[in-house]
Write a protein that binds this ligand. Structure first.
Ligand SMILES: C[S@@+](CC[C@H](N)C(=O)[O-])C[C@H]1O[C@@H](n2cnc3c(N)ncnc32)[C@H](O)[C@@H]1O
Length: 626
């Protein structure tokens, strides 16, 4: 049989966006709203498209999600305007509504979630949800509120929706979108950093993900005043702190970075003092929710005792079945949803912070001035000042990056650090004067020092260094050559002289310890397969107690001899397969009180984690390129 190929299905939303592209965003919204309401827009390409409803979505019909897409295109991520895709919005809203219904005397939360996601009339649940005040303080294009409305309508309930957003375009889009759905809604422009917020029983939010460096100073000051968190906290932390104080129940998108950032500690502490997390769910598989920052879906409830275990889905969140989502509210996992094992330190372990001081590496504030490339005969090249002449003791050798460390005791350095004696030689004073002429002393980090060019006075070189950013390659460096470290490293100083630096470096490069560090590390931008290791995360890693270390000294020394100069590559599989590494992992496991099976599991988990990180980064790069 032959025939014409069937025409490609129309992507109505994309076609409408194209038809509207030449207009101003507010005009686009107004025209789109008219068309979605059934009136002809006077634009042939738009009027030719069929109109439906997001209650019964179909790619070939326009619906209210067009309004959100107009905002997304116009804002292009400005102010953290990256919207929650429909499947994840639906899942999060269902979890939040289910908990709200249970608090209002409806069915148990797990049963309620199953009913909501099934979308069939459920009278008892509808009664429990009717009139529930649901607030999204950063509502964007209305994804979460529209999802909540759809779910509630499905079981026969009517909600009282409230949306706020600092971007007028977003507020307008959400208002129009909810109107199309026939929702009872109050939507307006408002800045979440200037409370009070309207009263609500359930708070839904995907907060703006803006790192604190990207938040303008006045907004940062307002945020810190409103939330009580430090100015170093990311915008999402401020908004979530306010959110958890505002309602007894919050279903939110939670940046995983907030679990490890020091600046977000008070937020977590307060959340746990006043209640607990009912759900903390993430997926290991990239789905539609490829935000450049790793996230979880979280439900927090005031008065809830303790936290549910962290849950990790092996499939994209969009692919979870209603029963799998519902089980989470009973604290249960399933074949595709793993619950995290307890994070208690293994038997026999202390923490790294107990055996050594963990300090941030040296931040110069201007590497172009402080990092110098030797040119020979007392000449050095500065990216800022060109060639400068310096005395030998004006500089110290520098280990700039993990790349320069080839093995745990092998490095090739290419730069030195300007770190003259306090009294300063004549040549050092000349370089300082050149720096001042270029304004280096006015840069914030430099201006905070006295004198501005004196780096970390009063401390010596660190005997062991650990990378502050890790990729497939990560190991501790035994700094026997007395290199100064850049901020790309953490500086480790054993508290007890009996802890020999080589043994510290060796144990830190064992898989059970590395896995613990990896678990707390934060993948900053998804496009790069590297993760940030905070000092606190490193200090919390398990480490063998002193007597166990002493008893194993001979075996450790033999392993150190085998590994110290063996170059470490990015081929993690090959690195783990090295017999000495395998042996080290077993020995480290034994010293930490872990069994063989635990060690094998840790090795597999590390490989999987690094693979996932690479795949996640590749997916983000691909998405960014298209
Ligand atoms: C990550 S988006 C999420 C939007 C929507 N809730 C969703 O789930 O799709 C964050 C939203 O916060 C808004 N926003 C940023 N700063 C804000 C502030 N200070 N007050 C209120 N909204 C803000 C942005 O305009 C953006 O629409």
């Amino acid at each position: 049989m032959s025939g014409r190929p069937s025409p490609a299905p129309v992507d109505a939303r994309a076609a409408a966006l194209e038809a509207l592209a030449s207009r101003a965003p507010t005009e686009q919204l107004a025209i789109a709203a008219r068309r979605l309401g059934g009136t002809r827009a006077g634009i042939a390409a738009l009027d030719a498209l069929a109109v439906g409803s997001e209650r019964t979505p179909a790619a070939e019909r326009l619906d209210g999600t067009l309004l959100e897409a107009i905002c997304a295109r116009a804002l292009h991520g400005a102010g953290g305007a990256v919207f929650t895709p429909a499947p994840e919005a639906r899942l999060l809203a269902a979890l939040g509504l289910a908990c709200a219904a249970a608090r209002r005397g409806g069915p148990a939360a797990s049963g309620a979630a199953a009913l909501l996601l099934a979308g069939r009339p459920a009278p008892a649940l509808a009664v429990a949800l009717d009139g529930l005040r649901v607030l999204d303080p950063c509502c964007g294009g209305g994804a979460l509120l529209a999802a909540a409305e759809g779910l509630a309508r499905g079981v026969g309930a009517t909600l009282a929706l409230i949306g706020r957003d600092v971007a007028p375009l977003c507020a307008e889009a959400t208002a129009l979108r909810l109107k199309l759905l026939g929702a009872r809604a109050d939507v307006a422009r408002a800045d979440a950093l200037s409370p009070p917020w309207p009263a609500a029983e359930l708070l839904l939010a995907n907060p703006p993900f803006l790192r604190h460096e990207r938040v303008p100073a006045p907004a940062k000051a307002r945020a810190a005043r409103a939330s009580g968190l430090s100015r170093q906290a990311d915008l999402s932390a401020h908004v979530l702190a306010l959110a958890l104080r505002h309602a007894d129940l919050a279903a939110v998108v939670w940046p995983r970075a907030l679990d490890t950032a020091r600046s977000a500690e008070p937020l977590l502490a307060e959340a746990r003092t006043r209640g607990g997390f009912r759900v903390r769910l993430r997926s290991r598989a990239a789905g539609s929710f490829t935000a450049s920052v790793d996230t979880r879906l979280v439900v927090w409830a005031a008065g809830s005792p303790g936290d549910a275990p962290d849950a990790e889905a092996e499939v994209p969140l969009a692919a979870l079945e209603p029963a799998e989502a519902a089980a989470l509210l009973d604290g249960a996992g399933g074949p595709r949803v793993r619950l995290a094992r307890g994070s208690a330190a293994p038997r026999g372990a202390v923490t790294l912070g107990e055996v050594c001081e963990v300090r941030f590496g040296t931040k110069t504030g201007c590497n172009a001035f402080f990092h110098l490339v030797p040119e020979g005969a007392g000449r050095y090249r500065s990216a800022l000042c060109g060639t400068v002449r310096l005395a030998d003791d004006d500089v110290v050798p520098l280990l700039a990056s993990l790349r320069e460390a080839r093995a745990p005791a092998l490095a090739t350095t290419s730069r030195v650090l300007f770190r003259p004696r306090l009294e300063g030689s004549a040549s050092a004073r000349r370089h300082v004067a050149q720096g001042e002429a270029a304004g280096v002393h006015l840069r914030p980090t430099c201006a905070g020092r006295s004198p501005w060019w004196r780096l970390v006075p009063g401390r010596g070189v660190a005997p062991v260094l650990y990378p502050a950013k890790i990729g497939a390659r990560a190991f501790a460096f035994h700094n026997a050559g007395g290199l100064w470290e850049d901020k790309k490293w953490h500086a480790l100083f054993p508290r007890d002289p009996a802890l020999e630096p080589w043994a510290l470096a060796l144990l830190l490069s064992s898989t059970p310890v590395r896995l613990a560090v990896e678990e707390g590390a934060r993948q900053l931008t998804g496009a790069q397969a590297i993760a940030d290791v905070d000092c606190r995360v490193l200090a919390a890693a398990p480490f063998p107690a002193a007597p166990a270390m002493a008893a194993a000294r001979e075996d450790l020394a033999a392993l150190w001899a085998a590994l110290r100069s063996d170059p470490v590559s990015t081929d993690l599989g090959a690195m783990l397969a090295r017999p000495a590494q395998r042996e080290l992992d077993r020995l480290a496991g034994a010293l930490l009180g872990l069994g063989r099976a635990d060690v094998d599991a840790a090795r597999a988990a590390l490989a999987e984690r690094v693979r996932d990180r690479l795949a996640h980064a590749a997916a983000i790069r691909k998405a960014a390129a298209t």
